[in-house]
Design a protein around this ligand. Structure first.
Ligand code: HEM
Length: 455
């Protein structure tokens, strides 16, 4: 009855999209209720099992497609990216991370942001080697300074990541105030992202929010201005290296590039993967013993030589890749079809500006591609596993695919390996044995919820 009412109310679009399979909508909300009470990416995976690689759903009276077909996802994110753009989560995040942030920008603004990101500059490659010992020593020190129970490991690791970024990019820690302002901005953004895309301007932001926001951003502008007026040719941090190499960006542009895309893009996702990996390894004791042995062998290298061996340590690399496969921190994101073009998706003509849900969750656990997909098996990456499934390929794209692939992928893999290795080497980290897997979702990133640890 409500289905008939829904169909007759939206008859014109209904007829156009009739051939695309999908769950039955009901009047007036369509399929929105499917998404209440369970993670959206699990709902998307359940559609794949019932309807195949392209599923039509209705967000009230607006149709959207859920994609679970690797070829179509590859086209949308890759070769045909001019036909699609990133709409969500622009409205939710623009006031928080700025509309120019490449994470939400499109067209020329995105192109400019991406090509002028410090992560795209030639200084980037040399920087990783330079900051390796600094970050390694920093993580060791932080572990030594922590004793007793950590009530929520994810919170501790987020702060570790925030501070590591600050050292690597700005050359110093930014302190408690900066971190709490950052978290307040993230909480505001998170509230706005939890709603449906059409509700992303809710809740509105308060004058206090704008005050904190300007404090957080102004601090970066002051730092860039200071670094410009007192150049330090011996600096190892990314800002110093970028200024040394010469940059066309203004103080404000540099401050923006070195702050929001990095901290909001990296802190939550890296913390999530570090904790998922530690937890998975804790449940795979024999693999973990081999990994610790490998890390022990690296300790015998001269410290100044250690960078490459650690980052290239295969057992560590495989442990991290496998956690990224099984527990991708960013399991769902969106594109829209170009509002000015008639676009076919998977051979189906769809109305302009149709929203597409893109998830790696189903494909990274797809049983016809992955043997025992629900098992944590780092060994699957040996013997050509990595070459068969490189980052950004059909069944493994935790950092996305195509031209908008995560710009922090190389730094992310680099720092996550350092952090995981140091936490394992410390031999003093114990995870709560009573904890069973529960995940939460914050700022578009899923992460382990409430895992206690002791150092
Ligand atoms: C485990 C770590 C990380 C994961 C899983 C991850 C995941 C992703 C994914 C899936 C995308 C693509 C989103 C889309 O296509 O809509 C993305 C984009 C992005 N990520 Fe990451 N990320 C990680 C770490 C980082 C780090 C460390 C940084 C910063 C240094 C960062 C900054 C960004 C930025 C700026 C974009 C937007 C790129 C663009 O649109 O051109 N991410 N990330």
């Amino acid at each position: 009855m409500t289905f008939d009412l829904f169909r007759s109310t939206h008859k014109a679009i209904w007829d156009q999209l009739e051939k695309i399979p999908g769950p039955e909508p009901s009047f007036p909300l369509g399929n929105i209720s499917d998404f209440s009470g369970q993670p959206a990416w699990e709902v998307c995976a359940s559609y794949a099992k019932r309807f195949g690689g392209v599923t039509k759903i209705w967000l009230a009276g607006t149709p959207a497609l859920v994609l679970n077909d690797p070829k179509i996802i590859g086209d949308v994110l890759g070769s045909q990216d001019d036909r699609y753009y990133k709409d969500a989560p622009h409205d939710a995040l623009a006031p928080i991370i700025t509309a120019e942030n490449m994470f939400i920008a499109n067209g020329a603004t995105w192109q400019y942001g991406r090509s002028h990101s410090p992560f795209s500059y030639p200084v980037f490659a040399g920087w990783l080697d330079k900051i390796f010992p600094i970050l390694q020593q920093f993580v060791r020190r932080r572990i030594r300074q922590t004793t007793g129970e950590i009530p929520d490991l994810i919170a501790w690791v987020r702060r570790l990541c925030y501070d590591a970024f600050s050292l690597a990019i700005w050359g110093e820690l930014l302190g408690d105030n900066s971190y709490s302002q950052f978290m307040e901005l993230a909480i505001a953004g998170n509230h706005r992202m939890l709603g449906l895309p059409v509700l992303q301007k809710i809740p509105p932001l308060s004058p206090e929010f704008y005050l904190r926001r300007s404090h957080w951003y102004e601090d970066f502008e002051t730092r860039v201005a200071k670094a410009k007026s007192n150049p330090d040719p011996s600096a190892n941090h990314l800002l110093g290296l970028t200024l040394e190499a010469g940059s066309m960006l203004t103080t404000q542009q540099l401050a923006n590039q070195f702050s929001a895309p990095v901290y909001f893009g990296g802190v939550f996702s890296m913390a999530s993967s570090i904790v998922y990996t530690l937890w998975c390894l804790n449940n795979a004791q024999s693999y973990c013993a081999v990994l610790k042995q490998d890390l022990g062998k690296l300790d015998r290298f001269d410290e100044s030589q250690i960078s490459l061996p650690l980052v290239e340590c295969l057992s560590l690399d495989h442990a991290l890749r496998e956690a990224l496969r099984l527990h991708p921190p960013v399991p769902l994101y969106f594109r829209n079809t170009n509002p000015r073009l008639q676009v076919d998706v998977g051979g189906h003509p769809v109305p302009p500006n149709t929203m597409l849900f893109i998830s790696n969750w189903y494909l990274q656990r797809y049983s016809q591609h992955w043997d025992l997909p629900m098992e944590y098996m780092p060994q699957r990456w040996t013997d050509g596993g990595t070459q068969r499934n490189p980052l950004g390929s059909d069944y493994f794209f935790p950092f996305g695919r195509g031209p908008r692939t995560c710009i922090g992928q190389a730094f992310g893999m680099f720092f996550m390996k350092i952090a995981i290795a140091e936490l394992l080497r410390a031999e003093t980290l114990t995870l709560d044995p009573q904890w069973s897997l529960q995940s939460d979702y914050f700022f578009a990133v899923q992460h382990p919820k409430g895992l206690k640890a002791t150092i």
